[in-house]
Design a protein around this ligand. Structure first.
Ligand code: IMP
Ligand code: MG
Length: 185
């Protein structure tokens, strides 16, 4: 295991169980995804929209592998409601500064779980008349019951476990790990 794992193996009382995708595997796949995105968009303005905070490392690596002009902005979504039972409501706490109309929008998400956040974002962004709206996700657990928009660009199929690292957190811990790991129960 990477030596950082020994430093950060236990955070907030939670323990890393195993490394699921190591840094080299992620690097190779992200480079390929950059190529796929470069090839998929022949012309027109392309705005890459990262959903914070989970996508920040993935987005930083991904955009450096896209070999065409792009613009970058971010969205912050926040779900709220009862602590134990999710209300399903999602609100935007940071809205992109950039105009979306007439642009190709590529929404970048860290992981697709229930799909609730994404479905809401797709509604909100779709209403702003983008030229196209596509989704790029690093990970998909394939458990979202009715996704409005499937990932056109997907990094990896994820195991149905709680994952941390490479931007993904557990209660804000573990985001800085250069690999993706699962947590012990
Ligand atoms: P959804 O709305 O249920 O699809 O949840 C999406 C968000 O929940 C993701 O963008 C992540 O921030 C977070 N999330 C879902 N599953 C995991 C996980 O396994 N590890 C860390 N964060 C997760
Ligand atoms: Mg999170």
């Amino acid at each position: 295991m990477h030596e950082l794992a020994d430093v950060a193996k236990v955070m907030g009382g939670r323990v890393i169980r195993r490394v699921v995708f190591d840094a080299d595997t992620i690097e190779d796949r992200v480079r390929e995804m950059g190529r796929e995105i470069t090839d998929a968009y022949p012309d027109g303005d392309l705005l890459v929209l990262g959903l914070l905070k989970g996508s920040f490392i993935f987005l930083g690596d991904l955009v450096r592998e896209i070999q065409r002009p792009i613009q970058i902005d971010f969205l912050v979504a926040s779900s709220y409601g009862n602590a134990t039972v999710s209300s399903g409501e999602v609100r935007l706490v940071y809205d992109p500064e950039t105009r979306l109309d007439g642009k190709h929008i590529l929404l970048v998400e860290d992981i697709i779980d229930s799909g609730r956040t994404l479905n809401r974002m797709v509604e909100v962004l779709g209403a702003r008349n983008p030229k196209s709206l596509e989704l790029c996700a690093l990970l998909d657990k394939h458990i979202a019951p009715d996704l409005k928009l499937k990932a056109k660009f997907l990094g990896f199929d994820a195991p149905k476990e709680f994952l941390v690292g490479y931007g993904l957190d557990h209660a804000e811990d573990f985001r800085h790990l250069p690999f993706i790991a699962s947590l012990a129960e």
